[in-house]
Each structure stands twice: as structure tokens, then as C-alpha cells.
Design a protein around this ligand. Structure first.
Ligand code: C5P
Length: 222
């Protein structure tokens, strides 16, 4: 409805892992399920936003009324985000993007050597979140920080280094939270404030995170 909290707002969300090819049948990836990003997409639609979801390969169905762009690699995710971000007001980077890709990926299926090991070399992928935040006409940018130690310190330094408006930190060393879980807990940090969103379902955290995003976004529009 017109009175919904995020009505008229265009939000782009990245979600899920990326896959980095070793050869045409093998890849390197991570344990991201995409649940947090998909929960945020669903909540954003329910709060009235127009949502673009740029998603790596996941095993969950996209929420209704979301425009989904499916990608595989970090480079593809970067290209999809950068070509479309201009028409969005808010960017939320939930994806667990691979920091590196295989430099010497093979065009053909690699064969096993009789007794030799295998050495792969890696080059860095572009930082999608940092690139969006650095745009002249950057949207309101929100990052995630999955940490196993010194969570708040690392998250704050990421907020500053990547020039973000907000970062949501979660402790992935806590059993039962984060990655594949349906539950999470977040510390939400802006350059001036710190909020705590206590342990809850990813669906309910998504709504509460978006309420904070909306509040802080309005502040930047003054
Ligand atoms: O520095 P770190 O990878 O921990 O930062 C995590 C945040 O940056 C997440 O919001 C993630 O989606 C985003 N990111 C990205 N592109 C990358 C690496 C991370 O958008 N290549």
C-alpha cells in the first residue's frame, strides 16, 4: 500500500554464495544458504518496496513479486549489480562473495596426474559492496560482516573502509546461528549509532533490520 514503510523505494539485495570455476565441472564456493538475503527480499516487498534480488546459486525459492537475477560467479554478480544499481535507492549486500577466483581455471575437465599434487593460483574478485558505495551517486549502502572474533571492531573498520551507511554484524562462531540456520542475531552499526537485534528468526530480523535501514535512510535524505 501507499502507506507502507518502504513504498516507492527501490531496493537491490545480493544473496547466496558465488561459485568460482576450477574447470567446467568443478568449483570453489562457501556455505552461504541465501536465507538471510531472501528473508530481507521478502520483508522488503511486504513493506512496500520494489525489490531486485541478485542471487548466487541457492536451494530456496525466491519470494513472490521480486525481480530475480541469477548469477554464478562473483564477476557475474558484480556485472549484474553495477549495470542495474543506478535505478535503486538502497543496496543491501547479503551475498557471501568469494574473495578470490582461480587464476588458472581450465577450459577443459582437468585430468588426474599419476602421483603429482595440484596447485591452483588465485586472483582477487572485485568488492561489489565497496564499488557500489564508491559510486558518485551511491545508494544507501548496507553491508554484512560475518565474523568469528572481535566482531564489532572488524565490522566498524569495514563500515569505514568501504564507506558504508550501515553494517550488520553477525557472529558465525555461535552454534545454531548464521550460515545454514533459520535464526540469527545482529549488531547493526552506522557511523554514529549501534543497535542490537537479539536472536530471532531470519524473517523477523529482516523486518527489524529494514525498519532501521528506513530510519537511517530518511536521515541521509534530510
Ligand atoms: O570484507 P568482507 O568480505 O567481510 O565484507 C562482507 C561484506 O561485503 C558483505 O556485505 C558482502 O556481501 C560484501 N562483499 C561484496 N563483494 C565482495 C566481498 C564482499 O559485495 N567481493
Amino acid at each position: 500500500s501507499k502507506n507502507a514503510l518502504l513504498s516507492g523505494k527501490r531496493i537491490m539485495i545480493t544473496a547466496g554464495p558465488t561459485r568460482e570455476a576450477i574447470d567446467p565441472v568443478r568449483y570453489i564456493s562457501n556455505h552461504s544458504s541465501g536465507k538471510m538475503g531472501y528473508a530481507i527480499a521478502k520483508a522488503a516487498v511486504e513493506l512496500g518496496a520494489k525489490v531486485t534480488l541478485v542471487s548466487g546459486p541457492v536451494n530456496i525459492l525466491p519470494p513472490e513479486n521480486v525481480e530475480v537475477e541469477s548469477v554464478v560467479s562473483a564477476q557475474q554478480m558484480y556485472d549484474a549489480v553495477m549495470s542495474d544499481i543506478g535505478s535503486h535507492d538502497i543496496f543491501i549486500a547479503c551475498a557471501a562473495v568469494a574473495d578470490y577466483r582461480v587464476d588458472n581455471a581450465s577450459n577443459h575437465k582437468m585430468k588426474k596426474n599419476k602421483d603429482d599434487g595440484l596447485t591452483l593460483s588465485f586472483i582477487q574478485n572485485p568488492d561489489i559492496l565497496k564499488s557500489v558505495a564508491a559510486l558518485d551517486t551511491a545508494p544507501f549502502t548496507v553491508g554484512f560482516a560475518a565474523e568469528t572474533q572481535d566482531m564489532i571492531e572488524y565490522a566498524k573498520s569495514k563500515l569505514i573502509r568501504k564507506k558504508l551507511n550501515m553494517i550488520a554484524a553477525n557472529d558465525v562462531s555461535k552454534p545454531g546461528l548464521g550460515f545454514n540456520s533459520d535464526k540469527n542475531a545482529l549488531i547493526v552499526i552506522t557511523p554514529e549509532k549501534e543497535y542490537e537485534l537479539a536472536q530471532a528468526s531470519k524473517d523477523s530480523l529482516a523486518v527489524n533490520l529494514l525498519r532501521l535501514v528506513e530510519r537511517e535512510y530518511q536521515e541521509t535524505q534530510k
